[in-house]
Design a protein around this ligand. Structure first.
Ligand code: PEP
Ligand code: MG
Length: 575
């Protein structure tokens, strides 16, 4: 048995077979051909695969939207037929006795190396074109989908990395747990794992190299421990803990109908963050009092296509109806970019997280934005819908987005489309410049929702998905506490709504702190609602105020952390 230690992202106990994936490693075997006959067959398969790929590329060219796309596909089609590439592969198969798939991989890598060492200016596009055609040929040879991750039975997914879009495209029923080599607490994969109720550990370093597909693994995702090939005693212990946690969960869910009120009477509203309609039922079951954040961009990542106005209207209206008796439904307009790359959004920016994303993308792709705004307006008659804009960096940007929204409203009025004229409009506060100018922004909107995931990332200049620097990622950083307090004060001064929808809102360690900073609405992943409610019902608001004040006076993050831990331990003692 081998034991690896990582960080808990979503709790749970699991003992099951693993599916191990590395994106930098071929998924086919490197077994060689046994004789000349087999070599000939492999060579023939390679040629057939190339013909198939060329045909696909030609089909794509027929459907392509612009000249640029056609020229990329054309160049790739030439590469697939390149005589030198074919000669190299024929050599690897006939003389090296490689099977076709590894031969393609080796040849592609050799090409990339030759181009680089020749000093030619190999652009990222050249390299990715070669990799792309290699993947296409290999997929055709192995009859595997272009997506490397496939789950056919319930397994623990162990991987070096996984993209949010890959995760969304898997059958969720089959994912028993996720273990990743890297990853950060507030990366979108972490957020998705929590939303999907999947036990998850990140930061396991070599897990994907050490775990073999089909081998047994056991996870204690409470402590972030992964056991590879666990002994009988560990298997027994993890299974027993799993049974016990199921019983505890059942007990907690019986309290889901109770309001979240502190012992001294402060009412806190608990809302949910969702990524699609699949998440509605667990949210309602756990007593969500509204949707504080609907990450609409996940609709695009799941389906890999743009939703039409009618399709979006159907989704948003359904959501509004489901929550009508509970509370508001906050539709956040598309926040693609960063690690949330959608199909057709190929961008080669050096700093995508600081680049063309969210409202910046929407304001330059107005048709996509307009379609979404119209769908939100049309759905607003079905319940208490409100709209929220992500990544607003300041007053001018907010003005231009609000002006455009007004334009779309006017267009709807002219067309006689009914919508809620009083629909509440909010902005996320997730960029430091927005928090610093929140006094100005508060005069322009009906509510603020603080996105602490990005606000932390941008304030401390620490990539939220990067395990190497995750020790710097602290939502209770002194600078963050100042921005959170400032934003709350400015919202209160203008009398507008105020909530937090970053992961901080669902973390029991931080909940008393943010309540003490003045936040009375917390929006979190559905799975955190039960624990949050239980915690709030066990604390005093007056103690939260003292806690926030004391934390605000501290000069070291380490001291703040100790203070929060002490507060948390004391609640545990009195529970
Ligand atoms: C945030 O940044 O805190 C947030 C809620 O938005 P997302 O996690 O989708 O970037
Ligand atoms: Mg964000």
């Amino acid at each position: 048995m081998q034991v690896l230690q990582g960080k808990s992202i979503f709790t749970g106990y699991v003992c099951l077979k693993a599916l191990s994936i590395r994106h930098d490693r071929p998924v086919f075997s490197h077994e060689k051909c046994k004789n000349d006959e087999e070599c000939k067959a492999e060579l023939a398969s390679f040629r057939n695969a190339c013909a198939e790929v060329v045909a696909t590329l030609h089909q794509l060219m027929d459907k392509a939207g612009g000249d640029e796309e056609v020229s990329i596909l054309e160049a790739q089609s030439f590469m697939v037929q390149d005589p030198e590439f074919h000669r190299e592969i024929a050599h690897l198969i006939s003389c090296g006795q490689y099977k076709a798939a590894p031969a393609v991989e080796i040849a592609a890598q050799n090409f990339i190396n030759v181009l680089s060492s020749a000093g030619s200016s190999v652009s990222r596009e050249n390299v990715s074109d070669i990799q792309d055609i290699a993947v296409r040929i290999i997929s055709s040879l192995t009859k595997e989908s272009l997506l490397r991750v496939r789950l056919d039975e319930k397994s623990v997914l162990v991987a070096d990395t996984i993209l949010p879009s890959e995760l969304m495209s898997l059958n969720k029923e089959y994912i028993a747990a996720i273990c990743l080599d890297g990853g950060g607490q507030t990366s979108h994969v972490a957020i998705l794992a929590r939303a999907m109720n999947i036990p998850c550990i990140m930061g396991l370093k070599d897990a994907s190299s050490l775990v073999k597909t089909g081998s047994l693994v056991a996870l204690d995702a409470y402590t972030g421990t992964l056991y590879i090939d666990p002994d009988d005693e560990t298997v027994k212990r993890i299974n027993a803990l799993h049974e016990r946690s199921l019983a505890e969960e059942k007990e907690l869910s019986e309290d889901a109908v109770l309001p979240a009120i502190t012992k001294d009477g402060r009412r806190i509203y608990l809302e949910c963050n969702i990524e699609g309609l699949d998440f509605v039922q667990p949210s309602l079951r756990n007593g969500a009092e509204g949707v504080g954040l609907f990450r609409t961009e996940f609709l695009l990542m799941e389906e890999g296509k743009t939703y039409s106005e009618d399709e979006q209207t159907a989704v948003y209206s359904r959501l509004a109806r489901r929550f009508r008796s509970r509370g508001p439904v906050t539709i956040r307009t598309y926040d693609m970019g960063g690690d949330k790359i959608i199909k057709d959004m190929k961008s080669d920016e050096d700093n995508p997280v600081l680049g063309w994303r969210a409202v910046r993308f929407c304001m330059s792709e107005k048709e996509i934005f307009r379609t979404q705004l119209r769908a939100i307006l049309r759905s607003s008659t079905s319940g208490r819908l409100q709209i929220m804009f992500p990544m607003i960096s300041g007053s001018d940007e907010l003005d231009s987005v609000l002006d455009y929204f007004e334009e779309v409203k006017e267009e709807c009025r002219k067309e006689g489309i009914a919508f809620d004229e009083d629909m509440k409009v909010g902005t996320m506060i997730e960029v430091p410049s927005a928090a610093i100018t929140s006094d100005i922004l508060a005069r322009k909107v009906d509510f603020f929702s603080v996105g602490t995931n990005d606000l932390t990332q941008y304030t401390i200049a620490v990539d939220r998905g990067n395990e190497k620097i995750s020790y710097l990622y602290k939502e209770y950083h002194i600078a963050l506490l100042r921005l959170l307090r400032l934003t709350a004060e400015n919202a209160h001064k203008e009398g507008i709504g105020l909530s937090i929808c970053g992961e901080m809102a669902g973390n029991p360690l931080y909940i008393p702190l943010v309540i003490g900073l003045g936040y009375d609405t917390l929006s979190m992943n559905p799975a955190s609602l039960l624990n949050a409610r239980k915690l709030i019902r066990s604390i005093n608001y007056s103690d939260c105020l003292t806690l926030a004040k004391e934390a605000g006076n501290m000069t070291s993050c380490r001291d703040i952390e100790k203070l929060l831990e002490k507060f948390h331990a004391e609640i545990g003692d009195t529970e």
